[in-house]
Design a protein around this ligand. Structure first.
Ligand code: GTP
Ligand code: MG
Length: 239
C-alpha cells in the first residue's frame, strides 16, 4: 500500500518546486501535506474494511469470495500538483481536496461481472457512504475498449477532535478487465509505439471485446454450476 508518511522523495520534490506552492513556511507546507496524506490514507482504510467485511460475509453465506484482490494507493503530491495544473485549478490543499476526486484510490478485482454490481450496491447503500459519482464503463465501454465500474464515494473519517468527509475513488472490475487495463495502461508510457500504435490499438480493442464476451460466458457457466451444486445439496437433504 503506497500510504507512507511523506517520504524523502516528496520532501525533495517540495523543496525543488517550492516556488509552485502557496506562500507558506516550508515546515508548514510539509505538515499540511502530511496531514492530507493521512486523511486519504485513513479514508482508504475505512472503505477497504467495509469491502473486506462484505466479502467475508459473502464467503460465509454463499461459500465463495466475490473479491479476488484489492489494491490501494494515495496519489503522490507530484501527481496531484501536475493534475491541478493540467486541469487549470489553483494549487492549494483546499483545491486538491475539492477538485481531485481520485487522491485516494481502491481497485477491487472480482471474478464475475455480477459481483461487481453486487459489491457496488452493497457499499453505496451503507448509511455513512455518499455516492458522489458513478461511471459505468462496463455498460458503456470507452472507445478503446476500457471496461470498469468507477465510483466516487464520500466517507466520514473520525479524528481525535473532528470528522472529515473524504472522497475515495473505487474502481471495480473483473480479473480479465484488470489484465486488459494493465497492458493498455503501459501503452501510454511508451513513446515509440506511435508508428505501430494503430495496429496495437485495434488489437487491444478486439481483445477487450473478446474479454467482455468471455466474462459474460463465465458468468453464465458459473450460474449453472451453482445451480447444479444447489440441486445436489437439495437431493442430499431429501435422502
Ligand atoms: P481523470 O481522473 O483526470 O483521469 O479523468 P476522469 O475522472 O474523467 O477519469 P475516469 O473516471 O474516466 O478514469 C479514472 C481512472 O480510471 C484513470 O486514472 C485510470 O486509472 C482508469 N482509466 C480510465 N480510462 C482508462 C483507460 O482507457 N485505460 C486504462 N488502462 N485505465 C483507464
Ligand atoms: Mg477521475
Amino acid at each position: 500500500m503506497n500510504t507512507n508518511p511523506i517520504d524523502e522523495i516528496t520532501k525533495n520534490y517540495i523543496t525543488n518546486n517550492y516556488s509552485l506552492f502557496p506562500e507558506l513556511p516550508f515546515e508548514k507546507l510539509i505538515r499540511d501535506f502530511q496531514e492530507l496524506n493521512l486523511i486519504y490514507k485513513c479514508a482508504i482504510k475505512e472503505v477497504y474494511t467495509k469491502l473486506e467485511v462484505l466479502s467475508e460475509e459473502f464467503q460465509v453465506k454463499r461459500q465463495r469470495n466475490p473479491i479476488e484482490y484489492m489494491k490501494t494507493r494515495v496519489k503522490s503530491i507530484q501527481s496531484a500538483v501536475e493534475k491541478v495544473h493540467r486541469k487549470g485549478f489553483d494549487l492549494s490543499i483546499e483545491s486538491i481536496r475539492t477538485n481531485l476526486h481520485d487522491m485516494a484510490g481502491i481497485r477491487v478485482v472480482c471474478s464475475y461481472v455480477d459481483d461487481i454490481y453486487a459489491i457496488a450496491d452493497m457499499l453505496t447503500s451503507q448509511n455513512d457512504i455518499t455516492l458522489i459519482e458513478k461511471k459505468d464503463y462496463i455498460k458503456n465501454p470507452k472507445p478503446n475498449g476500457y471496461r470498469s465500474l468507477h465510483l466516487i464515494v464520500e466517507v466520514p473519517v473520525f479524528f481525535s477532535d473532528h470528522t472529515e468527509l473524504v472522497k475515495v475513488e473505487v474502481q471495480i472490475r473483473t480479473i480479465a478487465m484488470d489484465f486488459w487495463a494493465s497492458l493498455e495502461h503501459k501503452l501510454h508510457y511508451k513513446s515509440n509505439v506511435t508508428k505501430c500504435s494503430i495496429n496495437i490499438k485495434n488489437d487491444l480493442k478486439e481483445c477487450a471485446d473478446i474479454i467482455a464476451q468471455t466474462d459474460m460466458r463465465m458468468q453464465s457457466i458459473h450460474e449453472m454450476v451453482e445451480k447444479l451444486e444447489d440441486d445436489i445439496e437439495l437431493k442430499e437433504i431429501k435422502i
